[in-house]
Design a protein around this ligand. Structure first.
Ligand code: HEC
Ligand code: HEC
Length: 308
């Protein structure tokens, strides 16, 4: 009778184990082995040997103890870091490096956020950029050349495609080059969402704080703490262009205050056009960090430098 099975504990255990197993195989293991469960993004490229060496440095130096590589689909995270992480982005990550602790910021969208020179400077001396940073210095990686034999073994082991030219390109490269190359490829397979353009709002607007002495003083403070590492003391230039000449985005001639506001608020990406000028990229956006008054104060400070 159907009720008899309840009186046979061993048979009951075996039968229920089989039923649960069939369920598990059907709902978990079969989908796990189908290609649809391992989506690749259209723009995702396999790591080059140099980037892969950088990834190895990332693991061996334990960067993942302080940094995550995944943006959760939460409004605050998306505002701070950009588009949330997609499953398809990690198709070539073995193992993935999502991490779980953010002593430092998430790095899932770091690629293209800064120019290479910024990364070299920052790895050499993070405290030069952010006085209170507890990130260790990594300049010593320069002294360790990339070993092409090891790199080739590494790409082979992961089954990534590579050419002899890729391996030859490792000549003369060191591990600092590799980690910078790795930083610049993180997260670039997902298109950056264009930020709501303040250009339209600010385009013709005059700086309400123009010439205001206390705003200029406040702007100088903000500039020294956030911008000087790239644009040099008093805007004389460095990693980023000079702010005291009359060249704006590589074109001679003055721009509106709204232009300066827009560049600071939105940052730039390669090919972005502002007031008919074309950016090369590398200026980070600051609209989520500073309110309008602060951005106008820095704009006023930059103007005050030019009038000197
Ligand atoms: C002790 C924790 C710690 C370790 C280890 C660490 N970092 Fe950081 N990192 C930070 C902190 C804190 C910041 C934010 C302040 C700064 O930029 O220096 C940061 C910032 C960064 C940034 C800039 C992020 C941004 O969006 O501005 C990058 C890139 C970075 N780290 C890469 C690395 C790499 C690569 C390694 C390993 C070689 C590493 N970090 C190791 C703590 C750490
Ligand atoms: C990571 C380095 C970096 C930091 C930090 C940085 N900038 Fe920039 N900035 C750049 C780069 C690179 C450009 C050139 C952008 C391009 O070609 O797309 C630029 C361009 C500009 C421009 C246009 C100037 C011109 O001559 O074309 C202004 C204005 C500017 N930045 C202001 C600031 C201010 C204000 C801050 C601080 C809140 C700041 N930047 C922080 C790298 C930086």
């Amino acid at each position: 009778m159907s009720g008899d099975i309840y009186k046979k504990p061993i048979l009951f255990a075996v039968v229920s184990a089989v039923v649960i197993l069939i369920g598990t195989i059907a709902t978990m293991f079969i989908p796990m082995l189908t290609p649809q469960m391992h989506p690749k993004l259209e723009n995702l490229k396999p790591y080059t040997p140099l980037q892969l060496v950088g990834r190895d440095v990332y693991m061996s130096e334990g960067c993942h103890y302080c940094h995550t590589q995944t943006v959760r689909p939460l409004k605050t995270e998306v505002m701070r870091y950009g588009e949330y992480s997609k499953a398809g982005e990690f198709a070539y990550d073995h193992p993935f490096l999502w991490g779980s602790k953010r002593t430092g910021p998430d790095l899932a969208r770091i690629g293209g956020k800064y120019p290479d020179a910024w990364h070299y400077g920052h790895f050499e001396d993070p405290q030069r950029f952010f006085a209170e940073s507890n990130m260790p210095k990594y300049g010593w990686l320069k002294g360790y050349p990339v070993d092409p034999v090891e790199a080739e073994a590494s790409v082979k082991a992961l089954g990534l495609p590579y050419t002899k030219a890729d391996i030859d390109a490792l000549k003369g490269k060191n591990k600092l080059d590799a980690i910078v190359a790795y930083m610049q490829v993180l997260g670039i397979a997902v298109a950056k969402k264009p930020a709501a353009s303040s250009a339209q709002i600010m385009g013709d607007k005059k700086n309400p704080l123009s010439g205001n002495a206390s705003a200029i003083a406040a702007g100088k403070k903000l500039y020294d703490a956030n911008c000087a590492a790239c644009h040099g003391a008093e805007g004389k230039g460095g990693i980023g262009p000079s702010l005291v000449d009359n060249v704006w985005l590589y074109k001679e001639g003055d721009v509106s205050d709204g232009f300066i506001y827009t560049v600071i608020a939105e940052g730039t990406t390669a090919g972005k056009e502002i007031e008919g000028r074309t950016a090369k990229g590398g200026m980070p956006p600051y609209s989520s960090m500073f309110d309008q008054d602060k951005i106008w104060s820095m704009t006023a400070y930059i103007r005050s430098l030019q009038n000197k």
